[in-house]
Design a protein around this ligand. Structure first.
Ligand code: CMP
Length: 236
């Protein structure tokens, strides 16, 4: 991965890895590199809130961002936790509507902001960027379809297994002694699984008894991802 040493070459190298710009011509990357503005956010900063007007999309350079919504029952539902080189905040720009979710930094975050006019110009001038955007939106839609099935039909253990696997497969884990470590509280896992903290605590205990995870305060080790998938799919 390109280093963030602030020079133009490393920025275009980095942008080439962003799903929005993958395979885009060098000229498009140079234009994007000139257009973006770098911002740093402390941990726990609300980057924007559901309902805000949207002015820019965000390309994650460093750190994690949580996207969440308040559901009709007043509970927070986490839609996704994103990591570099993912991007977010394009939806409000596309429909000229408001932010569909709230973005919160989970640690110190560096992001490149691409403002609406520059974003639109890149989309209209470079079909490969438009296609990349459509591909990302389609994959998010597919993920949401899968998730709504899981959250409707699986029990608490299945839902928590699904959330842990999604984090694991999405790479939102640290590695410690070659084991995948999820650094989230039970409340944060509950918000992802669409259930209560107490239910998550019980489900984690049950998964630990199955030998597929190990828990520590605010940490879950995934010790057997394959077995976790078997539990999710009901074959174990
Ligand atoms: P926007 O509506 O501008 O602001 C919130 C952003 O969250 C949205 O654009 C998308 O980039 C992102 N987002 C919304 N829903 C999801 C989802 N299900 N998965 C990943 N990202 C999402």
């Amino acid at each position: 991965m390109a280093r963030d040493d602030g020079n133009a070459e490393s920025l275009t190298e980095f942008l080439a890895e962003v799903p929005l710009f993958r395979g885009a011509p060098d000229r498009a990357l140079t234009i994007a590199a000139t257009a973006v503005r770098r911002r740093v956010y402390e941990s726990g900063t609300t980057v924007f809130q559901e309902g805000d007007k949207g002015e820019a999309l965000y390309i994650l350079r460093q750190g994690l961002v949580k996207l969440s919504k308040i559901d009709l029952g007043g509970h927070e539902k986490t839609l996704a936790i994103l990591q570099p080189p993912e991007f977010f905040g394009e939806m409000a720009l596309l429909g000229e509507s408001t932010r569909s979710a709230t973005a919160l930094t989970l640690n110190e975050v560096t992001a490149y902001l691409l403002f609406n006019d520059d974003f639109r110009k890149l989309l209209s001038d470079y079909p490969s960027i438009s296609l990349n955007l459509t591909t990302t939106l389609a994959s998010r839609l597919r993920g949401m379809d899968d998730e709504s099935q899981i959250l409707s039909y699986k029990d608490a253990q299945g839902r928590v297994a699904y959330v842990l696997l999604r984090l694991y497969r999405g790479g939102v884990v640290d590695l410690e002694d070659d084991r995948a470590l999820v650094r989230l509280t039970h409340q944060e896992l509950a918000s992802l699984a669409g259930t209560s903290r107490e239910t998550v605590t019980r489900a984690l205990k049950a998964l630990e008894a199955e030998g597929v995870i190990e828990t520590r305060p605010k940490e879950v080790f995934i010790t057997d991802a394959e077995a976790l998938a078997e539990i999710l799919h009901g074959v174990r």
